[in-house]
Design a protein around this ligand. Sequence first.
Ligand code: FES
Ligand code: FES
Length: 251
Amino acid sequence: MKAIVALTINGDRHEVAVPEHWTLLEALRYGLGLTGSKQGCDKGDCGACTVLLDDVPVLACITPVWEAEGGHVTTVEGLAGPGALSPLQQAFAETGAAQCGFCTPGILMSAHALLLRDPAPTRDAIKDALAGNLCRCTGYTKILDAVELAAQRLKAVELQERSGGADERKSGGDAASSGSVGASPTVPATAGVRADTLASAGSAGEWPDANGHVHANAAGPTPTDAHADATAPGRTEFIRSSAPPLFRSEG
Ligand code: FES
Ligand code: FES
């Protein structure tokens, strides 16, 4: 017997008719054609099916589909912006953290959840976060390196934002003290403001992705794309950059 299930996936609302006993993974893959989440063991052992439910990693192969109703599901298809890999995906590509790639979507989602709650995780914290994701190919070292690389880039953007914010406050303060109209010494730390700050070297472009996060393009000598969480002012979620030499993988 089928039932209509309403799911919000990567920011889009779907209503799908599925057999009542189906799992979230079955609904994603066979009901909606979202095949990024992999069906590995199909019994909760390998982590290949990991998706986020309200930003918490869950094993979609053992999650009844109706448990996802009313929540926000994020799958690997929701990580990248239009035409751009997410910083994690970029770091995985650069470090060789994906070989056959079967485990990669699940690992990306576990790592993404980690960086949402801890933008600067220790190596041990990364290991803990990925403990439920098995990989038969890489030996894990490159995967850990990739998550660290993404976290370093996130940190770099945060520092950039802070210094940009300080500059803005300074110029706002200067303007205020000189009597200029419309300048605010305390600019709220919204994604839009940070996008402008990051784009100060050139023309900026912004677009929201499926999850309501705002991407910002910054043109200039060191082009950098920030992926900022528009729903959480003051918090940058992740960054895609042109891989400044400082953060390139050494091995
Ligand atoms: S497919 Fe879900 S844990 Fe293996
Ligand atoms: S890259 Fe092949 S299983 Fe992980």
